[in-house]
Design a protein around this ligand. Structure first.
Ligand code: GLA
Length: 391
């Protein structure tokens, strides 16, 4: 593989030795079920063939040196394999550092460091989980090197913990789960309340998954994300007053929710909770439709998901709405919606194969005209979760 050949050369240049093993960790795209994971609902993501490659060599001391070919200006970043704390100066290496730290705190202590070269094929800021990709990658490297015998779900949980507690981003479990547990040609229906899951084959026949990146430069996603979480938690607590056995919004049917929604005092919070409930039930309906070969219905539910994220959850914004609105007008588009946290990042669309070229051209032109800069497109293929590559 050409990427790995280039990486091998770069590894020797940076570290003056040869790497002994290589890994790949995918990114993810969520097909439907947005902002449901931390509300105890279902998600339906898949791992994609774009992601993060690593070349690794063991060191004898307790130092790890990391270099990213994407962020060459940051140079080699060094850190010890014990007693770590978040350090802004270490930039992107805080993700792997966070994983080392949560592993250590869980009793999985490293006994030496590594030289690691990273190369990512995920566009930065596209909302395709480059951070989860790097976290699960680090977990797999540690698990193998020290024979901790953790299964993938344990590593997924530790990777999420690294993001929550070390990096300080209060994300749910979806991204790390999709990255670690991904399976070629399948999406994962995951119940985030119980972590029970199953794979569902994605056979779109004459259509493909097209990811369109807004290329929006900056976003305040993290603070707004935390506000949404808090609003849903507050709404849940109010509903618990009338339904004491309720543990998550994801447990409610739509009618059941409507009967008790009046107990949520703030209108805004009622809307946030309504999204969480409806989106969860929509996800279950969408998977059922897909499994009944009704791709058209799946597409309609994707569009409805976007409406709800736009109107009730208010996490879309001008760029994502523009992309979705233009997509809905195109020939051959089965469905289109924002994917990931929102505010920027990407949309996911199901597009008939013979319409993809026209889709790219028309959406590209209309978006550029309205927003002032161009979006970018990736036709995704669905890949396996994080794994070691053959030597
Ligand atoms: C981000 C988070 C996920 C999930 C999505 C929204 O990607 O990391 O846990 O909450 O937003 O569905």
């Amino acid at each position: 593989m050409e990427i790995l050949e280039q990486m091998k050369k770069e590894f020797t240049k940076q570290f003056g030795e040869k790497a002994t093993r290589s890994y790949f960790s995918p990114g993810r795209v969520n097909l439907i079920g947005e902002h449901t994971d931390y509300n105890g609902g279902h998600v339906f993501p898949c791992a994609i063939s774009l992601g993060t490659y690593a070349l690794v060599a063991d060191r004898e001391d307790m130092t790890t040196r990391m270099y990213s070919m994407n962020l060459a200006d940051k140079g080699i970043i060094e850190f010890p394999m014990t007693g770590l704390a978040y350090d802004a100066a270490k930039n992107w290496a805080n993700y792997p550092m966070g994983v080392v730290d949560v592993f250590e705190k869980a009793g999985h202590k490293a006994t030496h460091g590594f030289d690691i070269l990273i190369y990512g094929t995920l566009p930065a800021g596209a909302g395709l989980s480059s951070s989860a990709s790097l976290e699960v990658l680090t977990s797999v490297i540690l698990n193998e090197a020290f024979d901790f015998k953790l299964d993938m779900i344990e590593m997924v949980k530790l990777s999420q913990k690294a993001e929550n507690q070390f990096v300080g981003v209060n994300c749910g479990i979806m991204d790390q789960f999709a990255v670690g547990m991904g399976k070629k040609d399948c999406a994962i229906l995951l119940d985030c309340n119980t972590l029970s899951y199953r794979y569902s084959k994605i056979a779109l026949k004459d259509a493909s998954i097209v990811i369109t990146n807004t290329n929006k430069p900056h976003s305040l996603a993290s603070s707004a994300y935390n506000v949404r979480r808090a609003q849903c938690e507050h709404a849940l607590n109010e509903l618990k007053e009338v339904k004491p056995d309720l543990t998550a919004l994801g447990e409610l049917g739509n009618d059941e929710f409507n009967q008790i929604a009046g107990h949520i005092e703030e209108v805004l919070e009622r809307h946030r909770a309504r999204h969480a409930v409806y989106e969860n039930n929509r996800t279950l309906a969408a998977v059922k439709a897909l499994e009944n070969d009704d791709v058209k219905e799946f597409g309609c539910l994707m569009n409805e998901s976007h409406f709800s994220l736009r109107d009730d959850y208010e996490v879309t914004g001008k760029e994502l709405d523009t992309l979705a609105e233009i997509a809905w007008q195109q020939e051959g588009v089965i469905g289109s919606r924002m994917t990931g946290a929102g505010f920027g990042g990407s949309t996911v669309s199901l597009v008939k194969n013979d319409a993809i070229e026209a889709f790219k051209k028309n959406v590209g032109e209309a978006y550029t005209k309205k927003i002032g800069y161009a979006p970018s497109f990736v036709v995704a293929s669905i890949a396996d979760g994080t794994h070691r590559l053959a030597d």
